[in-house]
Design a binder for this molecule. Structure first.
Ligand code: NAI
Length: 285
């Protein structure tokens, strides 16, 4: 198996899902977060998602084996033997660059360093390392265990070999890789985020209620979720960061973040993960 020893950094919404699918494919996974309480939460999330898969036909033994293949740690140096590392920390370019600088020192020179960033330049992250040819975007969709697409982003200096290896891993996870070039927001979020942002403007301007906006987009466009519910699901902090990357990257006012999203983020209402965003939810366990 290619890349049998994988590191995942950040055990939040995306990282726990990435660790889950990597382990389910038979790989040994080391999941790193900054605090053990975040790792406990990630483990609970994975256990819950595996239990759901058991109801759909995964054997209890395979679920237990999957969990046993994941090591939870706060020590970044535990990634020294990983041949593929997928970073899924918060959407902040400087934090990601700092982390990639450290990973460059910790991991073997041949290791592939991937970022699950939604929008930040892979080229910019890669230039923090001495192996820009081995840095790539591996953009999983939320929720990771269910969603088939992985957007593969080629930075300015990403090699063909790195793309081929990453594509092979994605296929091995039973997912579908689609390649894009490195421009702000790549494809998925360049198109999705302005839609969500415009829905927030429509709500702020009193065009319709949040329920009506979501219902119109669901029924009218055949979307499985309305844009405001989807924003809560993604995380309003993540949405705001992506809009800021688009605004900065294109220098075009059409990408200005809606002040209502910013206000909710300032209030700490980040969506489903904090129990409140545009809508109110049961608090996350
Ligand atoms: P999140 O806020 O749920 O989780 C981030 C995790 O990273 C937290 O557990 C945090 O403690 C940890 N972390 C922060 N700094 C760290 C560091 N230096 N070392 C180790 N752990 C660290 O965020 P989420 O939503 O999982 O997003 C992660 C990345 O995935 C972001 O780049 C985001 O843009 C991207 N993404 C998010 C999607 C979504 O629907 N939420 C979809 C696809 C990509």
């Amino acid at each position: 198996m290619q890349h049998a020893n994988v590191g995942v950094i950040g055990g939040g919404t995306m990282g726990n899902g990435i660790a889950h699918v990597m382990a389910l494919s038979g790989r040994s996974v080391t999941l790193v977060d900054v605090k053990s309480e975040f790792l406990d939460r990630a483990k609970k999330g994975i256990e819950g998602n595996l239990a759901r898969q058991v109801k759909k036909g995964l054997s209890e033994a395979d679920a237990a084996a999957t969990l046993s293949r994941i090591k939870f740690t706060t020590e970044l140096t535990e990634l020294r033997d990983a041949t593929l590392v997928v970073e899924a920390i918060i959407e902040n370019a400087e934090l990601k660059r700092d982390l990639f600088r450290k990973l460059d020192a910790i991991t073997a020179p041949a290791a592939v360093l991937a970022s699950n960033t939604s929008s930040i330049s892979i080229t910019k992250i890669a230039s923090a390392t001495k192996r820009a040819d081995k840095v790539i975007g591996m953009h999983f969709m939320n929720p990771v265990p269910l969603m088939k697409l992985v957007e593969i982003i080629r930075g300015n200096d990403t090699s063909d070999a790195t793309v081929a290896e990453t594509v092979a891993v994605v296929k091995d996870l039973q997912k579908i890789p689609v390649e894009a070039n490195d421009f702000p927001g790549f494809v998925a979020n360049r198109i999705l985020m302005p839609l969500i942002n415009e829905a927030a403007f429509a709500l702020m301007e009193g065009v319709a209620t949040k329920e009506a906006i979501d219902e119109i987009m669901k029924l009218g466009m055949n979307h499985p979720m309305g844009p405001l519910a989807l924003a809560d699901f993604i995380g309003l902090d993540v949405c705001l960061s992506i809009m800021e990357v688009l605004q900065h990257g294109f220098g075009d006012p059409r990408f200005r973040p809606c002040p209502l999203i910013r206000k909710l983020v300032d209030a700490g209402h980040l969506g489903k993960k904090t129990g409140r965003g545009f809508y109110t939810y049961e608090a996350r366990a």
